[in-house]
Design a protein around this ligand. Structure first.
Ligand SMILES: [Zn+2]
Length: 172
C-alpha cells in the first residue's frame, strides 16, 4: 500500500526525468516510449480474452517487455482511453512484481480496490500535476471543471475529482 504523497512524488520524479514537469498536456506517447512500454489498442474482434469481456485493459511485464493492451470497446471517449493508459502506467510503477507480472483492469468490479484507487491516483497526478494545476488555478478567479478538463485533456468527472483531492473550490 502506498501513501498518496509517495505516489505523487513518484509521478513528479517521472515527469521531471522526462522533461515534462512544465507542460499542462503531457505527451503520453513519448512517456510510453521513453519507459519502454508498448501500447496496443484492441478492437472488439481483437479482444480475444472471452473470459474477461468487460475488462478495460491488461498490462503485462515479461522480461524486459512491458505491454499495455487497451480494450477499445470499453472506452467510448478518447479522454477515457488516455486516463486508462495513465492508470496502467501507474500499475507498472506501483504493482507489478516478479511474482505477479500482470494486472487485469475491470471497470466497476475490481478484485483489488485499493490497487485500482492507487493507479487512479497515479493517473490523476500524471495527467493533472499538482504544481501546474495550482498555478492555473491561481490565474483564474473561480476555476471551472469544464475549462480545466479541456486544458488537461481528461474527462470532467476526473477533473472534478482532482479539484476535490486538492481541496480546491471550483464550479462546473
Ligand atoms: Zn487498474
Amino acid at each position: 500500500m502506498f501513501e498518496k504523497k509517495e505516489i505523487s512524488d513518484l509521478v513528479n520524479k517521472l515527469l521531471e526525468t522526462n522533461g515534462m514537469s512544465t507542460m499542462p498536456l503531457i505527451d503520453l506517447d513519448l512517456l510510453l516510449k521513453s519507459e519502454g512500454i508498448k501500447l496496443f489498442k484492441f478492437s472488439k474482434s481483437e479482444w480475444k480474452d472471452k473470459n474477461f469481456p468487460d475488462a478495460s485493459a491488461i498490462l503485462l511485464k515479461s522480461g524486459n517487455e512491458k505491454i499495455i493492451i487497451i480494450n477499445e470497446q470499453a472506452h467510448k471517449l478518447e479522454e477515457d482511453k488516455i486516463f486508462t493508459i495513465a492508470h496502467e502506467i501507474g500499475h507498472f510503477f506501483l504493482h507489478t512484481t516478479e511474482e505477479k507480472p500482470y494486472v487485469l483492469c475491470r471497470h466497476g468490479q475490481s478484485g483489488d480496490k485499493e490497487k485500482e484507487d492507487e493507479a487512479d491516483y497515479f493517473a490523476a497526478c500524471l495527467l493533472m500535476p499538482e504544481k501546474i494545476f495550482k498555478e492555473l488555478v491561481n490565474k483564474v478567479e473561480i476555476p471551472s471543471v469544464k475549462v480545466f478538463a479541456k486544458i488537461f485533456g481528461v474527462s470532467e468527472t476526473t477533473t472534478r475529482k482532482r479539484f476535490s483531492e486538492l481541496n480546491i473550490f471550483c464550479v462546473d
